[in-house]
Design a protein around this ligand. Sequence first.
Ligand code: 6PG
Length: 237
Amino acid sequence: MNKKVYQNKHEVAEQFSAYFAGLAQGKDGFHIALSGGSTPKLIFDVLAKSYGNSIDWSKIHFYWGDERCVPPTDDESNYKMTADHLFSKIEVPETNIHRVLGENDPKGEAMRYANLLEINLDRVGGVPQFDLVLLGMGDDGHTASIFPHQINLWNAEDHCVVAVHPESGQKRVSINGTVINKAKEVIFLVTGSNKAEKVEEIHNQKGAYLKYPATLVQPESGRLVWFMDADAASKIA
Ligand code: 6PG
C-alpha cells in the first residue's frame, strides 16, 4: 500500500493532479470511476486549473463509483458536484460522461449501470475493469457507498448495488468490492483530521478495522495509492 502524505489538502490536490495527468497521458480510452462527497471538490478545481488545457479529455471516459439517488440538479448529486468543479471547466465530450441516473428507480438503475459497465469496459473474469477507481473514505470507514452496516454488499453478486446511508436513509447506487478490486489502479483521496482514526486502524490493522469497507480495498493488481494530508495521516507513522 503506497502512502503519499502532503502538508495540506491543496498540496494533495496539486500532487494528485500531476499523478493523474501522468497516468492519463497517451492513453486512448481511459475509463475512470470518480468518487463523490466533498473531498474531490478542491481536487477537481486544481485538476481543471492546472491540467485543463494539457490533458486530452476526449480520451477519458468518466463513470462514478457511487451516486446518490437524486436528480442531477440536486446539490447532493455527485454528478452535479463534478460538473460544477470539473466538467464546466474542461473540454470533455458529453458522450464521455456516463452518469448514474440518480433520478431513476434505484434497483433498475443499479442493473442498468452494471450492464453499461459490462458493455463499456474490458471484462476480466467477467468483471468490468476500470483503468482507475478514485475512492474517498467516510469517517465511519465506508468507501464508495458501501457502509459498515451493509458490508455484505461488498461481495454482492451484482456489480452495482443499491445501498442506504446509515443516518440519512438516502439511497445510493454503488459499484461493489469485486469491481473496485478488479481495477488496474485504485487511489484513495482522504483529507481531514476526522479521518485520522480510521486511517490509523486500517493502516495498522487494529481495532475494528475488519468492519470497515475501506479495509477491503485490496486491488488484485496491487496498485493501491493513498493520497492524504497530514491531518488524515496524523496517527500513522
Ligand atoms: C459519496 C462518496 C463517499 C465519500 C466519503 C467521503 O458519495 O459521499 O463517494 O464514499 O467519498 O463519504 O466523503 P467526504 O469527501 O465528503 O469526506
